[in-house]
Design a protein around this ligand. Sequence first.
Ligand SMILES: Cc1ncc(COP(=O)(O)O)c(C=O)c1O
Length: 367
Amino acid sequence: MKVPLVDLRATYLPIKDHLRDAFDAAFEKMGLFLGENVQAFEQAFTEYCRANHGLGCSSGTDAVTLAIKAFDFEPGSEIIVPAHTFFATIESVIHAGCTPVMVDIDSKTYCLDPDRVEVAITDKTVAIMPVHIYGHPADMDGFMRIANERRLKVIEDAAQAHGAKYKGRPCGSLADAAAFSFYFTKNLGAFGEAGFVTAATESTFERMKLYRHHGHASKFEHVLVGYNLRLDELQAAVLHAKLPGLDANNAKRREIAKRYDDAFAGLDVVTPFVADYAEPNYHCYVILTDRRDELVNHLTESGVGTGIHYKVPAHLQPAMRTVPHRAMPLEHTESVCNRCLTLPCYPELKDDQITHVIESIQRFFAS
Ligand SMILES: Cc1ncc(COP(=O)(O)O)c(C=O)c1O
């Protein structure tokens, strides 16, 4: 039996006919520039996140960059980030002209640890940017308290956290700004590149809008040097078609995670922790094991796809050798990167596929 790590085609089939109609309508109108689909999706996803303001954009990487740019920080300002993240988090800080300061993660949630942030703050620090890694929310109250005391901004990298909740509130509505990715494999994924930013205040939102579209304040007036980071009309149609299914799909991911948790309870693996405050969306179901390479080989032979998110933390990436940054002690980050393994966990998994993953892992640890 084959159990791929992701199954993109399965996300297309249920909305196939709807998409044909939506694409036909878009092509008939040729309203391709921030058209009806973009506007409708922006409204729907902003409401879904219970955010004050929201704007579609061209990718998750661009969303993180846009969320930072919106605050017009001085060049060289420091932003506190985790090193256990997709590299785009770090790249976006640098593209926005700031310096990443990498701080360790909590050993249980694998998210940026608020208790380790304060020692990393200097007079150049302007923001804290936690990542809701694997779709488990970071402990936002801790960051908001520090930010209020020190007059810093908090930006959520919510690229993996569509529909995840912190104390009952959706990720994307918890800070000064937030950024989402709609990369194909995300819980809400486009069939091309797309992203989204949310903002707590009107003024932040207005800056995002300007940076997204060449600083255009009116037809012939560019009030700042911006970018072209617009959301594509067809991708907006895809996302709008998928959004109504997101909560049910996240619930299915939680059911699969529960089956895995129960089945792996007696084995020599660490299963995902869920903090009291959290309703995760299980973008990734990640176990920790000291026997990762062996287990990957065994699962590959059993037809089970796996992934590693992330094998090399950001501070150890070759790209960082020539880039200004600071790295605080990162022992939990390195420990997780050395042992983490992502298993298939998505709503389209069939019952016998889930059983096959479970039995394959049980067989490995029994041997
Ligand atoms: C935490 C995080 N931040 C940013 C991004 C960048 O998103 P995109 O691939 O849509 O540019 C990703 C994408 O995987 C991510 O996981």
